[in-house]
Design a protein around this ligand. Sequence first.
Ligand SMILES: [Zn+2]
Length: 365
Amino acid sequence: MPSTSKTRKKTSPKKQTGSLARERSDSQPEGRSDSPAAGSLEVDERSADDAFLSLDIGGTNVTCGLVTRRGDVLATDIFPVAEAGETSAEIIQLVNKRLYALWRDSKIGRPPLAVAIGAPGWIKPKEGIVVNAPNLKGWVNIPITKIVSEALSLPVRLENDSNLYALGEWLAGAGQGCDNQIVVTLGTGVGAGLILNGKLWNGSFTSAAEIGHIPLGPSNTVTCGCGRVGCLETMASARGIARMARKWLEAGKETIFKGTGEELNAQIMNELAERGDPMSLHVFKQAGLALGQILAGVFNLLSLERAVLGGGASGAFKFIKAALVEYLEPRLVTASIDQIQIVKSSLGIHAPLVGGAGLLTAEGF
Ligand SMILES: [Zn+2]
């Protein structure tokens, strides 16, 4: 792993234009390391208190964080994507302002070393481009790394949002100590990051682990946000769960829910399920069975040891897990159900922020 000097020049932050520029130490790496996907929160001779800015762009919310090298989240700022406006340019402009404000208000006194961005969809990490994010309208070929780097005068690295989530859980959360696992994010969409042989797996085209778009089979004819038909995401994402619940309501089936379909969200659904609501229990079971179907293939293909479930819809973890295990158990061939673990994320929204610190540390910052 590349190392940096112990003695960094301390600089005063610039006052104008939101710049977080700092003088770079002579040994500051200029490019990506050869093993960007390793992930690390190792401190070695670098200061554990070095701070990074981490950014997680979701389909619904944007989460900004100031995170130390050791993975402590010093401050966070969350705002709805919709608050920023319609276009990617408006969203990135607000992101830059909020990232700068997060650092300024933290009063940590020294500029962050770099920025890690977790973005959804198909990305090109080395080029710093979001190629296509189906859950973000109009996000096609956005050079986000360049835009944020120029605005904040800091080095920026881009990674898939679910990959950063997986890195965070693996390095400091529910994925610790397991070198072969999948971390699934059940959010607006369904994403995943794969840790294989103790490394984040990007695949040949940097788009591995798109579990949300694995087809469920001919019986599922629902069109996904990606434009294809029958993806897991149509059943196991927050949107998919809400869609199934609305269908239940429209059919006039039994439920204790008195509101309209538009009012339903993951949190309400979870509360309803806790109270034994047949609609919510049915929907979570369908989501869990669908996830179990795909995970049966993934576990058998890769001989994984653990699946960590995170994201907004994982609040209903116990309901989803029950159905998932029901499907998975009789279909596992690479291990017995007792040898694997299905666990809930322990870092929650902090996971991609901590993963960002791990990525940047592994990159030598
Ligand atoms: Zn899809």
